[in-house]
Design a protein around this ligand. Structure first.
Ligand SMILES: Nc1ncnc2c1ncn2[C@@H]1O[C@H](COP(=O)(O)OP(=O)(O)OP(=O)(O)O)[C@@H](O)[C@H]1O
Ligand SMILES: [Mg+2]
Length: 421
């Protein structure tokens, strides 16, 4: 088994001194449906610099956690995965590039369009530090090198690079469950049932960083392998149809609800959507968020009225609104709501009022496998997904009546990745 050694840790600390560079959704779609090999090579070079920096920041932070948390076996396991991935990347040799080819890259870069400007992420007000060392992305990620022919060493490098990062992504599949396990170990060790604000903030930063790393890897691998579908750039759909996605999420959430409570018909979900709204987004992220919110609302309604009163369930309303900047999805239920004092708590990782689910080791497969409820990860993780592209998620509740969840999405898609939270 891989273990972090002092020599490697010295390197990691060095890399963690470099600031991370954010990429906005709008910048990611510059590549178009299928980038040329040379354009793709440029992006590989950027990621080959950026990913080790991001991984190093995580290892360092995991290493500097208070000992009562950092010493938990599952946390150490996660730290070792990050360190191993860091090592694999820095040991992957860059390709030999002839001076001729270097010159043509330089010339083409001069004429290439630079990336569109991003704007501060509204969910994290001071997302852009103003210090002079803040790296701007400039030409680093994207350059249009359509007319440059790649040499075999470059082609074989991009291929091994994609394989390496795909392998890393796979290694990190069980990170969420393993971290959750680590938090449980910590709670048992400390004999408390809630985590404190520092740990909560650490987890927000940690999972947000994970979303970013996985987005960049997933996007790069999809740009390389396809399928190259119309209206798609990698995993981003430039014409995401919000109504279609909501309809899917409704069907899935209701199915799980019926299955879980043994119902004939789950509460109805009425959708109000002014026409076909299309915007640039990652459909799987959107689906995840709406699905999680619907599961919570369905559960609240069923548990308030009881599984034997199917005919009396008030419908859940899903309202979609769109303006110039924002698209907002409001999900309203009459599931009895929460007191105001309960609102901050619902954003806490592993806070749930459902019967806690066991985290089985075999369960480590990948993401959470959509049970009705029980991990206390649904809301906090959905909020991170929303904030990642400059949106947000808010809950407003009327105790004794029901809850409204507001999912805001940034339509301009030009928000900075929230790298510092
Ligand atoms: N619409 C709602 N009405 C009433 N309570 C809610 C609602 N949404 C969330 N909650 C409360 O917030 C808690 C946390 O929600 P969250 O989705 O984060 O976790 P969960 O549903 O318990 O588990 P899972 O991780 O499987 O989603 C819930 O257990 C529930 O008590
Ligand atoms: Mg939930």
């Amino acid at each position: 088994m891989f273990k972090l050694n002092p020599q490697l840790y010295e390197k990691i600390k060095h890399f963690a001194k470099f600031p991370q560079t954010g990429v906005s959704l709008r910048q990611m779609v510059m590549f178009g449906q299928k980038p040329s090999p040379a354009t793709f090579f440029k992006a590989s070079q950027f990621l080959h610099e950026e990913l080790p920096i991001r991984l190093a920041h995580r290892v360092k932070e995991l290493d500097e956690l208070p000992r009562s948390l950092g010493d938990m076996p599952s946390i150490i396991k996660v730290k070792n995965w990050y360190a191993q991935s860091f090592q694999e990347l820095i040991e992957l040799p860059p390709p030999e590039i002839t001076s001729e080819l270097k010159a043509s890259f330089r010339d083409a870069a001069k004429n290439s369009q630079s990336l569109p400007q991003s704007s501060p992420n509204l969910a994290i007000p001071q997302s852009k530090p103003t210090g002079k060392y803040y790296p701007t992305i400039g030409h680093r990620y994207y350059n249009n090198f359509e007319n440059i022919k790649c040499t075999p060493p470059i082609l074989s490098y991009t291929d091994s690079f994609v394989k390496a990062i795909e392998n890393i992504k796979r290694r990190h599949d069980p990170v969420v469950t393993t971290m959750a396990q680590g938090i449980m170990e910590y709670k048992q060790h400390r004999k408390t049932s809630m985590i404190d604000a520092d740990v909560q903030q650490f987890l927000d930063r940690f999972y947000m960083s994970r979303i970013g790393i996985r987005m960049l890897i997933g996007q790069h691998s999809a740009l390389y392998r396809g399928p190259f579908m119309r209206n798609y750039v990698g995993v981003i759909c430039t014409r995401t149809n919000i109504k279609d996605i909501a309809q899917d999420a409704i069907a899935n959430a209701r199915f799980i609800c019926e299955d879980h409570y043994g119902l004939f018909r789950a509460p109805e979900v009425k959708m109000f959507c002014p026409g076909d709204i299309e915007f640039m987004y990652v459909p799987s992220h959107l689906n995840h968020m709406v699905f999680e919110l619907l599961k919570n609302s369905l559960r609240a309604v069923v548990e308030r009225f009881g599984p034997d009163y199917e005919d009396e369930y008030p419908p859940i309303k899903l309202v979609i609104a769109h303006g110039k900047e924002d698209i907002t999805i409001k999900i309203s239920d009459e599931g009895g709501g929460l007191p105001r004092s309960g609102i901050p708590v619902v954003w806490t990782y592993m806070y749930t009022t459902a019967q806690a689910q066991e985290l089985e080791p075999e369960f480590n497969k990948s993401e959470f496998k959509a049970p009705m409820a029980g991990f206390g990860y649904g809301l906090p993780i959905s909020r991170l997904y929303a904030r990642y592209f400059g949106g947000d998620l808010k809950l407003i509740s009327m105790e004794g009546y029901g809850t409204d969840a507001y999912l805001h999405l940034n339509r301009l898609s030009n928000s900075d990745e929230p790298l510092i939270m």
